[in-house]
Design a protein around this ligand. Structure first.
Ligand code: PLP
Length: 391
């Protein structure tokens, strides 16, 4: 289903323009477009996604962003939403009915876990959580006759555990979805492994500037059309302002990712040797238990790492309080380096068992590596670790 194409560095610049002469996408602020009469209104409505009638159905600026993401993922088409969670909720409720079964990875973004553990099961959809790091776990759990959807996230938030894209892609579930937010299309392309749907919180690395809340999926045309038919009723539509900002982010995505990946790798190496750091999780490290898999399916190891401090939450608090350059915040993928403590933030409120299986340990800090100079970041982290030791 994937298409041959030019290098992604170039596609990030050329995609999603639809022949426009303006080099920055126009923001289509209209929520509604007039037509030339009854029949024309009917046509625009019937053509829904391909027409121009009402912005919840389709919006020209959002469309450009969707075309860009489809091209970067090597997909037929893409569909944007008001957020990553809007994308996930729309996909699940578009494809699954009461009595259906979802197989989901237990190491997931906290919001996705809460959604699958709560509202999805309240609607009568069964969910089985599996350990993505166990070879064959997805395949085994997806063998029930009512399994409709398999959901993986790789690298996983916040543990940096990996799911095997070839394994997920081999399942005829009927649908397989990979949340590829941590990787962005620059570091991996799940559709190339036979996965049906790739999902991004483009709020993160794709948008890349912390100024757009937007989600997106890419897939074959039939799948996108089916999900679109439900999503216009669900209503988690993307804003053209956010689509404009996210498309602006796409232009510099490749070069930002390259720099952020290389700094993340440098920091992962530095933390590995640092005093007071019990473990470092980064797919690019030879010490990562799935480093071989990372080499096989990723073209870059990503801008995210996690470190475990000796002394749990107390040490994490002292570490965060001592930071002068990196900032305490929960999001990721932007120019500023952010540090968060998942157990008390992104994964807070989950029951202890779910929390433990998501690998958001008490002493774990998640670091989203930005665009600052690596040596300045190392100096900041070194002084924060000294502050922990002194506390
Ligand atoms: C942030 C995030 C989401 C949710 O995206 P929003 O845009 O915040 O709704 C989903 N998956 C992952 C991996 C995320 O990091």
């Amino acid at each position: 289903m994937t298409k041959d194409r030019q290098h992604i560095d170039t596609s990030a610049i050329t995609a999603g323009r639809n022949g426009a002469r303006g080099l920055s996408a126009d923001i289509a602020t209209s929520t509604v477009w007039s037509s030339s009469g009854l029949d024309n209104t009917h046509d625009e409505i019937v053509h829904g996604r391909r027409g121009t009638a009402y912005s919840r159905y389709t919006n020209p600026t959002v469309r450009l962003f969707e075309e860009a993401i489809a091209e970067l993922e090597g997909a037929d088409d893409a569909l944007a939403f008001g957020s990553g969670m809007g994308a996930l909720a729309s996909v699940v409720f578009a494809l699954c009915s009461p009595g259906d079964h979802i197989v989901a990875q237990q190491q997931l973004y906290g919001g996705s876990l809460a959604f699958l553990a709560g509202p999805v099961q309240r609607m009568g959809i069964k969910v089985t959580f599996v350990d993505a790091t166990k070879p064959g776990a997805f395949v085994e759990a997806a063998k029930t006759p009512r399994t409709m959807l398999v959901i993986a996230e790789t690298p996983a938030n916040p543990s940096l555990a990996l799911a095997d894209l070839d394994e997920v892609g081999s399942i005829g579930a009927p649908f397989t979805l990979v949340d590829s937010t941590f990787a962005t299309p620059v570091c991996q392309q799940p559709l190339r492994h036979g996965v049906n749907i790739v999902l991004h919180s483009a709020t993160k690395g794709i948008g890349g500037h912390n100024d757009a809340l937007i989600g997106v999926i890419a897939a074959e045309t039939d799948v996108i059309d089916a999900i679109w038919g439900y999503s216009v009723l669900h209503g988690a539509a993307a804003s053209p302002y956010d689509a404009h900002n996210a498309l602006r982010g796409v232009r510099t995505l490749a070069v930002r990712q390259q720099r952020q990946c290389s700094t993340a790798h440098e920091l992962a190496d530095w933390f590995t040797a640092a005093n007071g750091c019990a473990a470092v999780h980064y797919p690019g490290l030879a010490s990562h238990p799935q480093h071989g898999l990372a080499n096989k399916q990723m073209t870059g190891f990503g801008s995210m790492l996690a470190v475990e401090l000796e002394g749990g939450t107390v040490s994490c608090r002292a570490f965060i309080d001592a930071l002068r350059l990196a900032r305490p915040a929960t999001s990721l993928g932007g120019p500023e380096t952010l540090v968060c403590h998942p157990a008390s933030s992104t994964h807070f409120g989950l029951d202890p068992e779910t929390l433990a299986s998501s690998a958001a340990a008490d002493g774990l800090l998640r670091i989203s590596v930005g665009l600052e100079n690596p040596q300045d970041l190392i100096a900041d982290f070194a002084s924060a670790l000294s502050a922990v030791r002194a506390s």
